[in-house]
Design a protein around this ligand. Structure first.
Ligand SMILES: Cc1cc2nc3c(=O)[nH]c(=O)nc-3n(C[C@H](O)[C@H](O)[C@H](O)COP(=O)(O)OP(=O)(O)OC[C@H]3O[C@@H](n4cnc5c(N)ncnc54)[C@H](O)[C@@H]3O)c2cc1C
Length: 417
């Protein structure tokens, strides 16, 4: 297929997923990216304070993220991920020192909830019936309205897991989006919940091989090439305006706009998008992974919510972290380091560290913001939208981004057909 070129604006995961899908089908693609690198919020970069390459945020991918795993297989980077044989999540309660492992059984019949050594300590099998409420029609409700936040299960399972998935305080978070996450992972059994860890970071798994895949098929990537605006004519995007000049689109050319929501709304007239965001805070400590420290650990009763143990650093995540936006960095790093020593069995003075606060990490996954997400198709017949903020039915995640890119690519192919 050669008819027309698809111009993809933005080389984040959504743009890359679209480009991979199109170049695989023989459609010429040109990616225009504002930055000097690809990956967007999912990029890996060299962090000078640490002297290490790190990810812009610790990212959890689960084996049940079918689009993400399909994308990884297509671009040939499966071997760059550690694939555990079974779903197993280490947890630690920092207040009591209690440690446990959550181990959903592989199949979709959830017998693990009847096994005290597999479920959350202090819970009964019947407690898990509340999951059915999330899976039933929850239209427009919040998680806070559906689940009892005083329950042990809420405190020790839903809070860490759903907060990480939705990046929004659960009182305000959309139960529809929470239900979608549970439906695609826990409800499908342990086989869909295996945590996939990227020991070398996300760049070598998701970004570099995607770029290589696209370039091998003749796709072009132009960095430092920000779209400034569109000109629309006769119901279609006719011109792309860049600082370096204008690109007039041919009759068969299509455009996929895969920029963040706050950029898209400045480029496309009358586009409704989410307008509220939540921060994610990551702290990184340059210390080798202590022997026996789990790769990924959930944390209860701490500021830390998840600990990721890389070979060369211990990195923690705090979701919906807006309360720390103005917090002084060094005292916060000391507080977090104290937690990390307990969680990981590390010791000694605080090593070289870095705190990264991403203020607009994701859109706020509330029912109202979820309702503002646009579909991939627009009023303009050759312009399609992609990005974690479009109407994927999922929260802002890698899985949602990949799906959004593939949906937009599907529409572009239909225009070309
Ligand atoms: C700290 C953090 C932790 C996260 N943790 C997880 C996790 O554990 N699991 C998970 O699944 N997801 C997680 N996410 C979410 C995930 O990273 C995002 O959903 C995903 O990366 C979004 O991809 P995207 O392509 O939609 O957007 P982006 O990554 O924002 O890509 C948009 C691209 O457009 C470019 N651009 C902007 N303006 C222009 C312009 N005018 N012209 C050209 N290009 C432009 C940008 O530079 C960028 O490269 C996390 C996000 C953050 C920030």
């Amino acid at each position: 297929m050669q008819r027309g070129t698809t111009h993809i604006i933005g080389a984040g995961l959504a743009g890359l997923a679209a480009a991979v899908q199109l170049s695989e089908r023989g459609r010429p693609v040109v990616i225009h990216e504002l930055a000097r690198h690809a990956g967007g919020r999912c990029r890996s970069y060299f962090e000078t304070a640490l002297g290490l390459t790190i990810d812009n945020g610790n990212h959890l991918i689960l084996s049940g993220n079918t689009a993400a795993v399909g994308f990884i297989d297509k671009i040939g980077s499966r071997a760059k991920l550690a694939w555990p044989h079974e779903a197993e999540f280490a947890f630690c309660d920092l207040a009591s020192g209690e440690r446990w492992r959550l181990r959903p059984n592989a199949g979709s019949l959830p017998w693990w909830i009847f096994a005290a050594d597999r479920r959350v300590p202090g819970t009964r099998a019947t407690d898990y019936l509340v999951l059915a409420r999330l899976l039933a029609g929850t239209r427009g409700k919040t998680v806070g309205r559906l689940l009892d936040k005083r329950s042990v299960l809420h405190h020790k399972l839903f809070e860490p897991v759903l907060l990480a998935a939705l990046n929004t305080e659960l009182d305000a978070a959309s139960a529809d989006l929470a239900g979608a996450v549970i439906r695609e992972t826990l409800a499908r059994g342990g086989n869909a919940c295996r945590p996939l860890f990227a020991p070398e970071g996300l760049g070598p798994v998701l970004i570099d091989p995607a770029l290589a895949f696209i370039e091998r098929r003749g796709g072009k990537v132009q960095f430092d090439h920000a779209l400034r605006g569109f000109e629309f004519e006769d119901g279609r995007a006719a011109v792309l305006n860049f600082a370096e000049g204008a690109v007039r689109l041919g009759a068969d050319d299509t455009v996929i706009l895969a920029v963040p929501a706050w950029v898209a709304r400045t480029l496309v007239p009358d586009l409704a998008t989410p307008t509220q965001y939540r921060a994610i805070l990551n702290a990184h400590f340059k210390v080798p992974r202590p022997a026996g420290c789990p790769r990924i650990q959930g944390v209860i009763n701490g500021t830390t919510e998840w600990l990721f143990a890389f070979d060369d650093r211990l990195s923690i995540t705090v979701s919906a972290a807006d309360r720390f936006n103005e917090t002084e960095r060094e005292p916060l790093a000391r507080q977090l380091w104290a937690e990390v020593t307990k969680l990981a069995g590390a010791s000694g003075e605080m090593p070289p560290w870095q705190i990264v606060k991403e203020r607009r990490a994701t859109f706020a996954a509330t029912p109202a913001e979820n309702a503002r997400r646009p579909h991939a198709a627009t009023h303009w017949r050759n312009l399609h939208l992609a990005g974690d903020w479009t109407a994927t039915g999922l929260p802002a995640t890698i899985e949602g981004s990949v799906r959004s890119g593939e949906t937009a690519a599907g529409l572009a192919l239909r225009v070309a057909a």
